[in-house]
Design a protein. Structure first.
Length: 247
């Protein structure tokens, strides 16, 4: 039986005085990458919410890191069933306690300094998303040619189906005002890798201002997006677009 996903912040979890940011890290079976990720975070003025929905030792590793790093506010959300990439982000955003929220990948392709820079841009926008394809971006290790071709083809599809003019909807570095993202979170239908597209589509329909900015990014390899995931993403987007609208 498919388990329900949390779509609202649990009673008493929000607000939390003194926490400026909530940064969600979806971590499906990330036991081997979560330690270097936190090792690259010298400090952070907020909470780091790690969403664990796999079957490896990631939750215990995160708890160990939290015990050794009292300088960081680390929360580990444990789930005994697979949420999907989007479902993990939804769960984390729903539990976030700060007025500014965001998410980034557990592989460390985007550094914590870049995420803090994106948070700083929210004074003029409801959301800020990083782009690997805008002029000014820095790619310290590029994806393979085939992956880049697939990404550009996917971007054309998104422009045609959803009217989104962003150059890179799938970059795993996004931040938002909590009040803005809460307006659409409860209506989200996508729990896979197509989640980013639906989120931006719904926020645009609500009239929120989303800014896209060049980002410093490094391909870490071991992409979790497989060929089957891409086919499911495509099918999910077609099904989403065939609905009457983003309501």
């Amino acid at each position: 039986m498919k388990q329900p996903l949390p779509t609202m912040t649990p009673e008493g979890e929000r607000p939390a005085p003194g926490i400026r940011y909530s940064l969600v890290i979806p971590a499906y079976n990330e036991e081997s990458r979560i330690i270097p990720l936190f090792g690259a975070i010298p400090s952070f003025e907020g909470e780091l919410i790690v969403v664990c929905d796999g079957d490896d030792g990631t939750p215990d590793v995160v708890d160990g890191i939290a015990a050794r790093r009292p300088d960081l506010t680390i929360r580990c959300l444990r789930f005994g069933y697979r949420l999907g990439k989007g479902g993990g982000v939804i769960a984390g955003l729903a539990a976030a306690r700060a007025p500014l929220v965001g998410y980034f990948d557990a592989d460390g392709s985007t550094g914590i300094g870049e995420m803090e820079r994106l948070f700083g841009m929210l004074s003029d926008s409801d959301g800020v998303i990083g782009s690997r394809w805008m002029q000014g971006s820095t790619l310290r290790a590029r994806q393979s040619l085939m992956r880049r071709v697939e990404s550009r083809g996917f971007n054309i599809l998104i422009r045609v189906l959803f009217g989104l003019s962003f150059s890179d909807t799938q970059c795993g570095a996004k931040v938002f005002r909590k009040e803005a993202v809460d307006r659409v979170l409860g209506r989200m239908r996508s729990h896979g890798f197509e989640f980013d597209v639906e989120l931006l589509w719904r926020m645009k329909a609500e009239g929120f201002r989303i800014t896209e900015t060049p980002i410093e990014w490094q391909n870490k390899g071991d992409s979790r997006v497989r060929k089957l995931d891409m086919l499911r993403m495509f099918a999910g987007l077609i099904a989403l677009r065939l609905r009457p609208g983003p309501s």
